[in-house]
Design a protein around this ligand. Structure first.
Ligand SMILES: [Zn+2]
Length: 398
């Protein structure tokens, strides 16, 4: 058919594209405001200080102050290995020496090439252009290579975590990537089978996720698949958006963590994945998808996971504990309501036991009311809910 009028052609095309497009409102529900009781903060800080003193006694020349000097632009200078204020290079080197000692022989050439046979311990030992790749390779080596001597076996971090928990049905191998932009952070991302089945059952949600299939929080060229409003949401917080848009289990770490910190961070982020694989975070219908992401609750579970799994290793690798304790002391000082700190302090009674049955409970409940029931049943009164936080709605067009 010959088009007689170009305007008519564009009108027809326009109507067609509108009728084939879809949209859905994504409601981001950050869950509850939680308050930590003063007694719980005091008690938790006291236990952190006891751990700090114990570590100092075991490693007398460690630089591990009771309080930190300053925080600049939200980045904990003390903990960032590419910051001039970073002070525990020695702990990173000491950790790497121990890691090398039990490392499976076929991975030794890779480790020796990354550390230039012991000369490189942290990112800042390298030119800036090489740091990001180094972090990525190291994080993957820590995760995949066997280096942890545990109960007559040599295990990788992943197999160690699986053995410690003793339940393999929800374990998966995550992708590990380094954040090219964004805050000093880490993310553990996964959707549960319940969530994926739910997405698949509602046509517009299924379509929206298909449209976002190539989304990569490290690549701004992929931010605009779901329309301008959603693009703005992604630009503000691409790794949080990844939490919503990426189906397969993924761990993102920002660049700059020393290797001993990476162990704790990887375990923490895997704690998120472990929990998220079993719980349900979404509800909704054809017009609206609600995402419940109660952050204190999530961080409490991830902190508990990291503590309970790694604590048995802390006598062998105090460098990992040094980072974990530093992180919490730092948060209490500069970010007293940080979800990690509140979650860890609120769950101290769970946190300092290694009864895995208790951790198992942490991953199964889905919502804030379930958490409240759990806290009251366990007579944990350190955390109090203070009502719902403000929801936000973002429209996705596809
Ligand atoms: Zn976390």
């Amino acid at each position: 058919m010959k088009m007689r009028h170009p305007l008519l052609f564009f009108l027809i095309l326009g109507v067609h594209s509108i009728s084939s497009a879809g949209q859905i409102d994504v409601v981001i529900n950050p869950g509850m405001n939680w308050e930590l009781r003063d007694e719980a903060r005091t008690k938790f800080n006291h236990s952190l200080e006891n751990e700090r003193l114990r570590l100092l006694k075991n490693i007398p020349d460690l630089d591990f102050p009771k309080a930190f000097e300053s925080v600049k632009a939200g980045i904990p200078q003390y903990m960032s290995a590419d910051s001039p204020q970073f002070r525990n290079r020695k702990a990173a080197c000491s950790f790497l020496e121990k890691m090398r000692k039990n490392l499976e022989p076929n991975k030794r050439p890779e480790m020796d090439s990354l550390t230039k046979s012991g000369k490189i311990c942290i990112q800042a030992d390298l030119p800036q252009a090489e740091q990001l790749e180094w972090t990525q390779n190291f994080a993957r080596l820590i995760w995949n290579a066997k280096w942890i001597a545990w109960k007559n076996e040599i295990l990788s971090l992943q197999s160690y975590l699986e053995k410690t928990i003793g339940d393999t049905h929800s374990f998966v191998t995550p992708q590990i990537s380094i954040m090219k932009k964004g805050s000093f952070d880490g993310w553990g991302i996964a959707q549960s089978k319940k969530d994926l089945d739910f997405f698949a059952s509602i046509a517009p949600i299924k379509k929206a996720f298909a449209a976002a299939a190539d989304f990569d929080p490290n690549n701004p060229n992929t931010f605009d698949r779901l329309g301008s409003e959603f693009k703005k949401f992604i630009e503000e917080d691409p790794f949080n958006a990844a939490n919503l848009l990426i189906g397969q289990p993924t761990i993102y770490l920002s660049n700059g963590w020393p290797p001993n910190a990476m162990v704790e961070l990887l375990a923490h982020e895997y704690g998120h994945i472990y929990r998220r694989r079993e719980s349900q975070h979404y509800s909704g219908n054809k017009k609206q998808l609600e995402w419940l992401n109660d952050e204190v609750h999530e961080e409490a579970a991830a902190e508990s996971f990291a503590w309970m799994t790694l604590a048995p290793l802390y006598d062998i690798y105090p460098e990992i504990e040094i980072f974990h304790i530093s992180k919490l002391i730092f948060m209490n000082q500069f970010s007293p309501n940080n979800f990690h700190y509140i979650g860890a302090a609120g769950f101290q009674d769970v946190f300092y036991t290694s009864k895995m049955g208790q951790f198992d409970e942490l991953r199964v409940f889905d919502s804030a009311p379930d958490l409240l029931t759990y806290l009251s049943e366990r007579k944990i009164s350190s955390l109090k809910s203070q009502g719902a936080r403000q929801k936000r709605t973002v429209r996705a067009v596809f």
